[in-house]
Design a protein around this ligand. Structure first.
Ligand code: SF4
Length: 248
């Protein structure tokens, strides 16, 4: 298996077509490669592309924060049925979750940015770290049009797991627009999250995370404005999964 380093990235940079790239990565890394999806358009589109690329059983995982919309669970079941795959569900550590709730309450994320990050850290980041321990390549559905922070991302990024091991994080659809993702799903009949089709006077869900913390956005709002609306700092709308740590 190739080493995860800048040389590998230089080689992979030559593959522009997302489907070709996804197929190549699965063929090269097998089950050490996986799509991480939270049910957004690009996650499901990547699963479809892997299948189209000839990967019959692409490894796919999701982080079940135990606070997802019922429609998110329905989507995962629809994807599993359509593509005959199993989506691995990683949940928060139940003991730590119990301790956090006991100390700070169920709705600690309303209290402060720090407590929201504590909750996201325990419900999302820590289970995701567990998934990364089993991977060499993490396929993520990030898009540059989602936020200012994400507009500066690269398709390839070398990150490290808890033990300092290098993992290649790849965003094959980074430069797709939301319309491209929606069009792809429509043309290829990819199951999409039911709430993504809800539109009330121009208000719609651009993405789906946990209930309460995710709300629809208005016609002129930034795409991640629907997350944690009670915080004034509109710039910080990340849960920690896709944030590059300062010491990296
Ligand atoms: S989005 Fe909200 S409920 Fe979900 S993990 Fe983050 S703070 Fe907790």
């Amino acid at each position: 298996m190739p080493e995860i380093n800048e040389n590998l990235i230089s080689e992979l940079e030559k593959i522009q077509d997302p489907q070709e790239l996804i197929g190549h990565l699965y063929r090269t890394f097998g089950n050490r490669c996986a799509i991480g999806t939270s049910g957004q358009l690009t996650g499901t589109a990547m699963i479809d592309q892997a299948i189209q690329a000839g990967i019959t059983k692409p490894r796919v995982f999701t982080i079940d924060t135990l606070r997802l919309f019922p429609e998110t669970y329905q989507l995962f079941e629809a994807i599993e049925k359509r593509y005959q795959i199993h989506i691995e569900r990683l949940e928060p550590d139940s003991q730590k979750l119990g301790e956090m709730v006991k100390e700070h309450g169920e709705f600690l994320f309303f209290d402060s940015k720090e407590k929201q990050e504590l909750c996201c850290g325990l419900r999302k980041v820590e289970p995701n770290d567990r998934a990364l321990e089993t991977l060499d390549v993490w396929l993520a559905g990030l898009r540059t049009d989602q936020s200012q922070e994400r507009s500066g991302k690269s398709r390839f990024e070398i990150i490290t797991d808890k033990k300092g091991r290098s993992i290649l994080k790849v965003a094959p659809l980074l430069f797709w627009t939301e319309k491209q993702a929606r069009d792809y799903c429509a043309v290829h009949q990819v199951p999409i999250h039911k709430l993504l089709n809800v539109n009330h006077n121009g208000w719609y869900y651009e993405s789906l995370g946990c209930v309460i913390c995710t709300t629809p956005i208005g016609p002129t709002e930034p795409r991640r404005a629907g997350r944690w609306r009670w915080f004034k700092d509109d710039a910080n709308k990340e849960c920690g999964l896709h944030v590059v740590k300062k010491d990296e």
